[in-house]
Write a protein that binds this ligand. Sequence first.
Ligand SMILES: Cc1cc2nc3c(=O)[nH]c(=O)nc-3n(C[C@H](O)[C@H](O)[C@H](O)COP(=O)(O)O)c2cc1C
Length: 326
Amino acid sequence: MPDLKTTWLGLELQSPVIVASSGLSKSADDVKACADAGAGAVVLKSLFEEVLAQQDYEIKDSTGYHTEAYDYLRSELELQYGPREYCRTIEEAKKRVDIPVIASVNCVSSERWPSYAKQLQNSGADAIELNVYSMPADIETTSQQVEERYIEIVRGVRENTHLPIALKIAPYFASLANMAHQLCEAGAGGLVLFNRFTDPDIDVKKLKPTTTFQFTTANDYHNSLRWVALLFGKISCDLAATTGIHDAEGVAKMILAGASAVQVASVLYKKGVQTLSTLNEQFASWMKTHDFESLDDFKGKVSFKRTENPDLYLRHQFMQKIRGVE
Ligand SMILES: Cc1cc2nc3c(=O)[nH]c(=O)nc-3n(C[C@H](O)[C@H](O)[C@H](O)COP(=O)(O)O)c2cc1C
């Protein structure tokens, strides 16, 4: 039987298949179900900065801005409805499973997270995943300023906790490779490529904006694959792939590209958490057909750095394909 062990953020995982932050990882019961089905680790549903910011705003209103009362109530509420509840879930989950439990925070600014990171650490989280995203729609903000915000968040958390840090990012940077490098230098131990967001739409009957969200399909993994392959061996931190990984072939492709692990959500929503055991079994069976005994035998084998045809990950691929179609 091939060995599916891998290392992600310095943590040893029995399988490279991690349950991605989602509604499937909200409670200790959820985490236990994922662990029983064979998850290598679980990333908890994110704690959202906006929720806490909203709570701050409501207290501000109710206290008439009296500083002392505001500070007191704010700290109480944050503890009650924010990290405290979240930390309790981590503590409970850690008592019930042996696999790593990774806390996730969804942040847009650098102010709140450093102090919360400490609380997450104290509750027994094995690592922290920072899900950073804000829409850079301000015409006065430069790309450098946007990048600095990310770096500040990582540095702030790094200074306040010894937990390993993963950064889950979107691909929308002018120079993604340089940004990835900077994030690792700032203290991230791993990058999760790439997050997926809700998309805007317009209701043409009500003439109002709406939001759409769809699960991914097994065809949505290509951009993550490209960037895992391009970055493998070039930056100092681990890589995990997410978005569009629905089967054992998808897992194999990402490890061949250079990922240490993959994160899955949509396939589990569509087929159930039990699918994790099928993914592990089929992935092991694929390894066996290639005589691979461990992930080290093939991790990064088809990355940009190691493959004989690295140009296929670049523009060259586009030119060739288009020529074929025309
Ligand atoms: C219902 C749902 C809720 C999600 N919630 C979060 C979240 O709270 N934080 C986060 O970082 N990602 C969240 N995600 C994104 C997933 O973690 C994952 O990265 C993304 O769905 C791509 O993986 P997939 O193709 O396997 O679905 C969510 C995804 C789904 C489907």
